[in-house]
Design a protein around this ligand. Structure first.
Ligand SMILES: O=c1ccc(O)c[nH]1
Length: 348
């Protein structure tokens, strides 16, 4: 359903206020060939109405001939910023970058953040952005979860479907995604609402069962039959099942990169305004699937790079897999029980 420009401008102003945008600060709106025109138009209005000094940087697309999917998160690493020193200089000189193009998982993003620039990714459709306009309560809930990750040394994930995965943690920091950028050098994604980290390099072991109804991204599919991943020393060594498994294996093999099979980030969804069922109601190319990544109580794991968490592994292949009905325990203490988040006593 369409969203009015008024609603989207108001949502942008809420997010920019939470992101502590001040009059006189410089904002660069980063756009590309797939940028949503209404999101861009309303961002320009909202930033100027708040007294920011705004510019728009439009970058030509890359990787179109290499990627097998048009999903902005499907083919990573090289971005339109790679080697573009003038554009990188402009983004480093900005207080805030509104990324309407998708820089995620790019080395350049880290370089820009290190200069103190804040980067907010916002590429979901306007109605999804407005439905999941972030709140301070989202931030509180996600930070409580990342604090528990920071204090833990092991994540164990189990499910009735047969998942039993053990991930030592501590080598990488926890990442809080709550939808706004309220500190210099912070990156976030609007919409979101989940906590994640990366297993110690080579440490993940066990079995992951992607069960019927669990979601594959960027495939934007609900699995119709179980896929069983055998995880050894941080890599999915075997991917077994029926047609869904064949489709996943062929897609991942097309990258010709063994790093594609590494376990990337692990965490869980905390966004009560996100829904597991939404993916099935959108055209595949109309959304990144952030409802799937963020719905409350999912176990979200990912295959591919860990440079986003400070690791050395980069690969163009990135698969996000939110699972339902898992139990996630940190050092034996459950944070998700059979697909429902467990609020810790000290979370409030
Ligand atoms: O916001 C995101 C989106 C994709 C991903 O893999 C992590 N965080």
């Amino acid at each position: 359903m369409p969203i009015s420009d008024y609603q989207l401008v108001e949502a942008w102003k809420e997010v920019l206020t939470l992101s502590r945008l001040e009059p006189g600060q410089s904002v660069t709106i980063l756009t590309g060939a797939a940028t949503h025109p209404q999101t861009l138009a309303c961002a320009l209005i909202a930033t100027q109405s708040m007294g920011a000094i705004v510019n728009r940087l439009d970058l030509p697309p890359v990787n179109g001939e290499k990627a097998l999917s048009r999903d902005a998160l499907a083919y990573l690493g090289e971005t339109p910023l790679t080697g573009n020193h003038a554009a990188i200089a402009a983004l480093k000189a900005s207080d805030l970058v509104l990324d309407l193009m998708t820089l995620l998982f790019s080395p350049e993003q880290h370089e820009i953040l290190a200069s103190g620039t804040k980067i907010l990714l916002a590429v979901e459709p306007p109605e999804v952005l407005v439905r999941m306009t972030p709140t301070l309560a989202d931030r509180t809930r996600v930070l409580a979860a990342t604090k528990r990750i920071e204090n833990a040394r092991e994540m164990r994930v189990t499910s009735a479907a047969g998942t039993d995965l053990t991930c030592p943690m501590g080598e990488f920091a926890a990442i809080a995604e709550y939808g706004f950028v309220d500190a210099p050098g912070r990156w976030d994604h609007w919409p979101s609402g989940f906590a994640l980290t990366f297993p110690d390099e080579g440490g993940a072991n066990g079995r992951i069962v992607i069960d019927r109804g669990d979601i594959l991204l960027p495939q934007k599919r609900y699995c119709s039959e179980p896929i069983v991943l055998t995880v050894e020393a941080g890599y999915a060594r075997r991917i077994e099942g029926g047609v869904d498994a064949d489709l996943l294996r062929e897609y991942m093999a097309s990258f010709g990169d063994p790093e594609a099979f590494a376990i990337s980030h692990i965490g869980w969804g905390l966004q009560k305004r996100a829904y597991w069922s939404t993916l099935g109601l959108y055209d595949r190319e109309a959304t990144l699937g952030m409802d799937a990544r963020a719905f409350d109580g999912n176990f979200l794991f990912s295959l591919g790079p860990n440079n986003e968490g400070g690791g050395k592994r980069t690969t163009a292949c990135h698969i996000d897999v939110p699972l339902r009905r898992c139990t996630v325990a940190l050092d034996g203490v459950e944070v998700v029980r059979n697909g429902k988040t467990v609020e810790a006593r000290d979370d409030h």
